[in-house]
Design a protein around this ligand. Structure first.
Ligand code: SF4
Length: 540
């Protein structure tokens, strides 16, 4: 990589030079260097309002609530309360796959909306919402219906919680609402928090039927994009680990209801599910650890961490055996691509966790990350959870509810004593710890929060990566610049990329993307030496 710390300042200057002074001043705080190998972690500005007109990557609170956290559960009917656009554009566009199971209850292929019109805006939409819930129930007889508010709902004052309470009583199933109007907060992140609150309040721990199995865990913040959760489930099964619930890839409402029987919560995407992890610990006494199944080495490390927590030699031996069985295929695939991928460079600007997790996969095939950042992460995702107490909640996020959780008078059962926790920490099992993205990136790297289209173009021009990872909005614009773009939201219809099988898929795919000849054919050969034909006017 050619940039030096001095270059980094120059890069930043070039990025901000053309912006109006006020905008440049704000954006300046959202761009920092990495801090690998013990340098001081810089403070980054994150989770603040998007600058109007800047062409952000961000989405809205409804997208974070319905689209991300609650959408992937197959047997809860999701009903969008609003005009038709929000439901329509989020209909099957996230690739959270599911196994329809023996009961066959799978409502993911459907898009249900109250399709509000002018009349509902003027006279209120509660009547229509009630009728829609009844109609959904009559058609599907589901175990649960969840209602999602869109922008106009909060503005016209529809009381969706009163409606769902009445309908729950009338229908005898779980009906709950999410006040996830798109304008709340500053991004999808507020929607995650709202979804965490509502699933915790209405569903988690509502079924005390004991669950059988050894080494019971939950997987939090894994959405089964392209089958990632299927691969993780395969690995857990091979190791003999009992997975009670995944929040929320390939999940059912029954799993959520019984999730409080787990002895450990493992957190994959910290941003979207840390709230449930914290609340389950307070209410039920279940500790949580951060894990990552993106990258073969990271997968092995995470499995060892889970085994260490249970302190059972049988599980530890089984985990080592599984790693030994799975690794040869991974190593062989890496060895095959390494001569072609080593030394190539990447940039990742995705969501709230992947821009960090996927750096492991790139590292495994000799690729370096030049720049990375999130759309909607908070400072703790960048700088580590130790900064949590220093984060000020600003006016834009203050209206997102914080639930006050108390230990359950009957069911609170701390899974480990403070002494056991201390002993495990001494062995390297770290509880409630997430180190964040910045500490894993070199000081020459550029970290940018809520990157916009102009900055994206600029850093590509200035740093010339071999591959850029982002989403569908960026894909074709960037590819027109001659740089391959790998979508890390929908995986370009590929995957899985998690676990051991996922790593092999990833190595091959990245090799194909960065080495295909198509990028060398972008410029027409006749443009190299000036025009081939020249004409002159007879009159000249
Ligand atoms: S911002 Fe509002 S209108 Fe747009 S998708 Fe989100 S909820 Fe719907």
């Amino acid at each position: 990589m050619s940039t030096t710390p001095k270059n980094l300042e120059e890069l930043k200057k070039e990025l901000l030079d053309k912006m109006p002074t006020k905008v440049a001043r704000k954006r300046d705080k959202a761009i920092v260097p990495g801090a690998e190998s013990g340098e001081t972690i810089p403070v980054i500005q994150a989770n603040v309002r998007t600058i109007p007109g800047i062409l952000t990557q961000r989405g809205c609170t409804y997208a974070g609530c319905k689209g991300v956290v609650l959408g992937p559960t197959r047997d809860i009917v999701n009903l969008t309360h609003g005009p038709i656009g929000c439901g329509y554009y989020s209909w099957l566009t996230r690739r959270n796959q599911t196994d329809a199971g023996e009961d066959g209850d799978n409502y993911i292929p459907y898009c249900l909306s109250t399709d509000m019109t002018e009349n509902d805006i003027v006279f209120g939409g509660e009547k229509k919402l009630r009728a829609a819930i009844k109609e959904a129930y009559d058609n599907f007889k589901p175990k649960s219906i969840s209602v999602f508010a869109t922008c106009p709902v909060g503005l016209i004052g529809d009381d969706i919680h009163a409606v769902t309470r009445q309908m729950q009583e009338e229908l005898g199933i779980t009906v709950f609402a999410n006040s996830c109007e798109g304008y709340k907060g500053v991004s999808q992140s507020a929607g995650h928090h709202i979804a965490n609150n509502q699933i915790f309040r209405h569903v988690i721990g509502t079924d005390d039927t004991p669950v059988e199995g050894k080494y019971k865990i939950n997987l939090l913040g894994e959405y089964n994009i392209g089958g990632d959760a299927f691969e993780i489930e395969r690995i857990f099964e091979k190791c003999g680990i009992t997975l009670l619930a995944t929040f929320s890839g390939n999940s059912t409402i029954t799993q959520f209801r019984q999730a409080h029987h787990a002895d450990l919560n493992t957190v994959m995407c910290h941003r979207s599910l840390n709230y449930v992890a914290e609340m389950m610990e307070t209410k039920f006494g279940i500790p949580w650890i951060k894990i990552n199944f993106i990258g073969a080495e990271a997968t092995a490390k995470s499995l060892r961490r889970i085994a260490a927590y249970f302190e059972d030699p049988e599980l530890m031996a089984r985990v080592e055996q599984v790693i030994a069985e799975e690794m040869p295929a991974v190593k062989a695939a890496a060895a095959e691509v390494l001569p072609r991928t080593t030394g190539k460079t990447a940039m990742l600007f995705v969501g709230g966790s992947r821009a960090h997790h996927y750096q492991d996969l790139f590292r495994e095939i000799g690729m370096e990350t030049l720049a990375a950042g999130y759309e909607f992460a908070h400072r703790d995702d960048y700088e580590g959870r130790h900064v949590l107490s220093t984060i000020k909640v600003d006016a834009d996020s203050r209206n997102i509810e914080e639930l006050e959780i108390e230990p359950d008078p009957v069911r609170y059962n701390p899974r480990k004593t403070p002494e056991q926790i201390k002993a495990l920490e001494d062995q390297g099992v770290r509880f409630k710890v997430y180190e964040g993205l910045i500490g894993e990136m070199k000081k020459e790297a550029l970290i940018i929060d809520d990157i916009n289209q102009y900055e994206t173009h600029k850093i590509i021009e200035l740093m010339k990566p071999d591959i850029f990872c982002a989403g569908i909005k960026e894909k074709y614009i960037i590819q027109k610049m001659g740089v391959p773009l790998k979508q890390l939201h929908n995986y370009d219809m590929g995957g899985p990329y998690a676990g051991f099988v996922g790593a092999v898929n990833w190595y091959h795919e990245i090799d194909r993307l960065v080495n295909t000849k198509v990028w060398s054919l972008i410029k027409a050969p006749w443009n190299d030496n000036g025009p081939e034909l020249e004409a002159a006017y007879v009159a000249d």
